[in-house]
Design a protein around this ligand. Sequence first.
Ligand code: AMP
Ligand code: GLY
Length: 424
Amino acid sequence: MRLLILGSGAREHALAHRLAGEPPVSHITCAPGNAGMAAAGSLAAVSLSDPAAMLDLAAREQAALTIVGPELPLSVGVVDRFLGAGRPILGPTRAAARLETSKVWAKQFMARHGVPTAEFQICDSEADADAVIASGRLGWPLVLKADGLAAGKGVVLAGDAAEARAVARTMLSGEAFGEAGRRIVLERCLRGQELSYFVLSDGHRAMPLGSAQDHKRAFDDDQGPNTGGMGAFAPSPLCDAALEARILEAIVHPTLAGLRAEGTPYRGFLYCGLMLTDEGPYVIEFNARLGDPEAQVVLPLVDEPLLPLLDAAAAGSLPDRPIRIASECQVGVVVASKGYPGTYETGKVIEGLDRASALEGVTVYHAGTALRDGAVVTAGGRVLTVVGQGRDFRTAIDRAYAGVAAIQFEGKFFRTDIGRKAIR
Ligand code: AMP
Ligand code: GLY
């Protein structure tokens, strides 16, 4: 069976690496892919914002199933395009992906269906925003969110009214995020610990993939600027069976049922970004895909063939049973280029990749890497995710960092405390 994987991060490498080892898979095309994905299949250039080009590629490569990694192709309707042409693809339609692509739509959807989320107000003018800010009725700090995709930078916590007004103005004027900020969500700040929870849905059923925790800030002890994610671990010790049952009952099932009732059933991976408050789990945000780096620690825990599940989800026929999840720990450390998430240099030769991969319980997934004259070089901000596996978190952390230590390149930068939160 031939597959096409869309994307070029460590999340997509984790998918390719896993699926390459499953017997029915005969070939994987990765588009655009990276140097690591070249080892799991072949690479093809494609624009992830061009649905027609992605469909052409899938036809040319005779892909029996296409798997969408990132949100960009979803936001431009790649799934609608494939379905219109009768070509199997795993991911939500453009309408269902609004859970991620429009924070305004997602908040209104949650309100319609009683899904617990922070109290909010939608504003499309400075006058509206100023009135809400002046009233103080959503408390302080106040959370301001740009409606559209903003590469993870569209959320600001403002400490007082002056700051909130200034942030609202830069968003609404288009200065901060262009069209994505022309409408904003003002919402109450939730308190508690953050947890990511994942399911695979076929539109009706939801098969739980379990929980993970991300590390969004650039530096140790959650300091410094926000990033795409500097590391993750799974499963989260915060998530016991009772909490998992509550997440499914209060959040996942009402969300999938609501989308079905509105005529836009959701197929694909659903990422629930949650705050565990004193009143139970609340949705901070949904993502219409797996997380990165969460996928790199969640996928290895799937203790049965993955391809049949992806295939069934795309076809709307997932079995009515839980996925087998291994009882072990995974810790993924992102190795980045110095300067990330700001400016950084690329083209640095990476050494020690084979040595790291040869270590027991260590897997190296590529993100911003490229091949140059036979050498693997850096080509992005997040360069690799080094994952350590173990029976306990101590072992998984030690293995991940042994892998990180084996790899060298100029400007190598990583957090040294990934997974520490999991050890109590
Ligand atoms: P996002 O870019 O949507 O993932 O949001 C970035 C981060 O902002 C989240 O991971 C949370 O830490 C924080 N955040 C977003 N909304 C809220 C909220 N209502 N209360 C507290 N923190 C929030
Ligand atoms: N790690 C967060 C995300 O993928 O959005």
